[in-house]
Design a protein around this ligand. Structure first.
Ligand code: GLC
Length: 443
């Protein structure tokens, strides 16, 4: 009897363990494309582009009255909306996924939602679905389809909050439940019509996960698409990846998958008075910083009310395209690099950890030095340029574990105008010396 119990227990453990491992494998393979994508493009498109003011927040913060904010509906024409052109531009930048704001906190749906009157189809001169055609165009270009959806909706008659200071009602779970049902219905429309690969939720901070019914929502969304990826802003820690915003992380985020979302200027949507664009080179450096820390960059732009894309954004995407295609091996096939201190530059590693990529946004004085690298270097070349570089090791003491200094000479004419990438091929998996140095004990 005792023996039988033991066997049953053992079988039970094996089943649980196998389930866990299998579950993890499934999870990992679902996230594979996201981990390799590295670059995504975020599009904040909505009626806020008409006046060129903050998306939704401008009425929430009372910079403009709600009624005047909504007058922008009349100017949202989408007259030059060309989803194929958008998708091609995005592809040319080297991005592997795109996320479009189907509905921001203002509640204006960019598709033909049957459960709401507040849609661009019913309320703006655009008069048609703007989400579906873009999703189709992305699919045609082989770009993964992402939909941004704000779970909070400051316009909806059943949502409790209207602005920073005004509430429609408070503490009425039944009425709030009606609103949550509405969210489920809108997400059903989007899921069935567009089959997104990724949902980018936002606005969860106003209510608890239980109130949003986040768990049920996630289950429902996964039932429609088991491979769906969901960002962290669904509440309850249920998301697949983290979304730091604007501020570039300084140390490597703890979560395995993460994505920095960042505006090109200071605005998510199109604002004609915001000329504070970061330069393509500056944005590329942020991108490289993300690569170094094993994350993605979701670079944002705001199309104009007619659907055209601001020239500055086009220029930035073109420059990204030039750089990412030249340096493709040092972008998509990489993982997070080595800790700071070994070389004065961001780094990444190839998947097999045998190539160390070094990203230089400056011209080095005399030579570049790598310290604490135990490996032998087999070869060094300039990525996308092809030139092989010489190196020499200096200062290795026979009695010490501490590796010597490895100097790399870089001729002036191999530099890229934005960021130069060196590929350092090692004699095996990277092996670093991470101690404080050593004192001689015998010479
Ligand atoms: C914030 C803002 C929102 C913006 C989003 C993008 O959560 O509420 O306006 O769309 O960030 O990350």
């Amino acid at each position: 009897m005792q023996g039988l119990k033991k066997i049953v227990g053992l079988v039970f453990c094996v089943v649980i363990l196998a389930g866990k491992v299998f579950g993890q494998d499934e999870e990992a393979s679902k996230m594979e494309w996201f981990g390799e994508a590295k670059l995504g493009i975020f599009l904040h498109w909505g009626i806020y582009s008409v006046n060129g003011i903050d998306e939704s927040w401008s009425f929430f913060n009372d910079y403009i009255s709600y009624d005047d904010y909504m007058k922008q509906l009349d100017g949202f024409t989408a007259a030059n909306y060309d989803p194929e052109k958008w998708a091609k531009l995005i592809k040319s930048s080297g991005a592997k996924y795109a996320v479009l704001t189907a509905k921001h906190h203002d509640g204006v749906a960019l598709w033909d939602s049957k459960v709401s009157d507040l849609t661009v189809v019913k309320k703006t001169p655009a008069g048609r679905d703007l989400v579906g055609p873009f999703m189709k165009a992305l699919e045609k270009e082989g770009i993964k389809k992402g939909i941004y959806y704000s779970v909070l909706d400051w316009s909806h008659p059943d949502y409790d909050r209207k602005t920073r200071t005004e509430y429609r009602y408070k503490d009425d779970p039944e009425r709030f439940q009606k609103f949550v049902d509405f969210n489920f219905k809108q997400l059903e429309e989007l899921s069935l019509n567009c089959q997104p690969d990724l949902y980018w939720f936002d606005g969860d901070w106003e209510h608890k996960a239980e109130e949003w019914k986040s768990k049920q929502l996630k289950e429902q969304l996964l039932a429609w698409n088991p491979n769906l990826i969901i960002n962290s802003r669904i509440g309850g820690g249920l998301g697949d990846y983290d979304t730091p915003e604007q501020g570039v992380p300084v140390t490597r985020p703890h979560s395995k998958y993460w994505e920095l979302c960042l505006t090109m200027n200071n605005s998510w949507g199109y604002q004609h008075n915001d000329h504070a664009y970061k330069s393509p080179g500056e944005l590329l450096r942020v991108f490289v910083d993300c690569l170094h820390m094993g994350g993605n960059l979701l670079l944002d732009m705001g199309p104009k009310p007619d659907g055209s894309i601001p020239e500055e954004a086009v220029d930035i995407l073109k420059e990204f395209g030039r750089w990412t295609s030249k340096h493709a091996s040092a972008v998509y096939e990489t993982q997070a690099g080595i800790p700071a201190g070994h070389v004065f530059a961001p780094t990444t590693l190839s998947k097999d950890k045998k190539i160390l990529y070094i990203y230089l946004d400056y011209k080095v004085n005399e030579s570049l030095v790598i310290k604490g690298l135990k490996n032998m270097i087999n070869r060094i070349w300039v990525v996308g340029n092809g030139t092989k570089l010489k190196h020499r090791e200096v200062g290795k003491m026979y009695w010490s574990q501490v590796p010597g200094l490895k100097y790399i000479d870089i001729p002036d004419n191999v530099y890229d105008k934005d960021i130069t990438v060196l590929a350092v091929l090692l004699d095996g998996e990277i092996d670093l010396y991470r101690e404080k140095g050593q004192v001689i004990e015998s010479n």
